[in-house]
Design a protein around this ligand. Structure first.
Ligand SMILES: [Zn+2]
Length: 315
């Protein structure tokens, strides 16, 4: 769709240029396309939503990868070297792989603190900010609060707003265009949220167990309750003792749905499901987690579709 629109636009520009006396703005805009690199696909999609054809956006991580643990490749350096704006999730989500790439890419424009470095976490509502000192040495990969905050559409809107402000700062000539695109995005999101709320309404108050703590913003937004996690701490693999306790708790509290991100082994979730009669649902935390999940709207469509089916089946 987006490609088709671009082709269509290009066609229009050519035809305008052919009319004598009409100076096509095409070359100026083509040259001014801001090169954006994002850490994750969700940020890439939000940046494309508001940036439209005035930006070029690429994500480093793929939507089916665990964003905490992305294997660095030389091609990432190339992307970063060319970037004018880098947008990250922050809260140390990318600390295991992105900082060395930023340091090595030799691009001063996107270094920490530079104009072309944008940490999207500053715009979002962040949950689970620790009240005691938590460090990565303890194995916990969420030391500054939960970094999976994009899974609440309201945070999606806030991130998009923050990106628009940055784009307008970097490319002031296009600020009205970015603002218009933000308004259109926000309106579409409003409409989609009404549908999602309606679909989830019958299941408010239902309890789930999740593999990793990827879902606090999502669960809060849709009135669901997290009863526990398969990981003893975020980033720590399942242990037999913790799994036994989890099974007992699920039986006691009648928890019938287990959410698993697509990059985790299903062995432990499946064995817990056998013990408790629960259903395992592979829920996607990111755009691109499956082929059909091509944007931020389809991500919620997909997840809410799977969840409501699982809740109905286990009622
Ligand atoms: Zn995490």
């Amino acid at each position: 769709m987006r490609k088709r629109q671009l082709l269509h636009c290009a066609g229009m520009m050519v035809s305008l240029a052919l009319i004598p006396g009409v100076v096509s703005p095409a070359p100026a805009h083509a040259a001014a396309k801001l090169k954006i690199v994002t850490a994750t696909t969700d940020l890439a999609d939000l940046a494309s939503e508001v940036g439209g054809d005035r930006v070029e956006v690429e994500s480093i991580a793929r939507g089916y990868q665990d964003p905490h643990f992305v294997e660095a490749k030389p091609s990432f350096l190339l992307k970063l070297r060319r970037a004018e704006l880098l947008i990250i999730v922050g809260l140390q989500l990318e600390i295991g792989w992105l900082p060395p790439l930023i340091a090595q890419c030799g691009n001063p424009a996107i270094q920490v603190g530079a104009k072309g470095y944008l940490d999207a976490s500053q715009f979002a509502e962040i949950l689970e900010i620790p009240t005691t000192v938590v460090t990565r040495a303890m194995g916990d990969v969420h030391p500054f609060g939960n970094p999976h905050y994009w899974l609440d559409p309201e945070n999606g809107r806030r991130i998009a707003r923050g990106i628009v402000n940055k784009l307008a700062e970097m490319q002031p000539g296009d600020s009205a265009y970015f603002e218009e695109r933000f308004q259109a995005f926000s309106k579409r999101l409003d409409e989609a949220e009404k549908v999602w709320d309606q679909e989830m309404k019958p299941f408010r108050g239902r309890k789930v167990v999740t593999y990793h703590r990827s879902w606090p913003n999502f669960l809060k937004r849709f009135g669901l309750i997290s009863a526990g996690e398969i990981e003893p701490r975020p980033g720590i693999p399942p242990s037999p003792g913790h799994t036994v306790e989890l099974i007992q708790m699920m039986k006691r509290e009648n928890v019938k749905v287990i959410l698993v991100e697509p990059y985790f082994d299903l062995k432990t979730p499946d064995s817990i499901a056998r013990e408790t009669g629960a259903q395992v649902v592979v829920l996607l935390p990111s755009v691109g987690g499956e082929k059909e999940v091509t944007d931020y709207f389809r991500l919620f469509d997909y997840d809410i579709g799977l969840l409501t089916r699982a809740f109905k089946a286990t009622q």
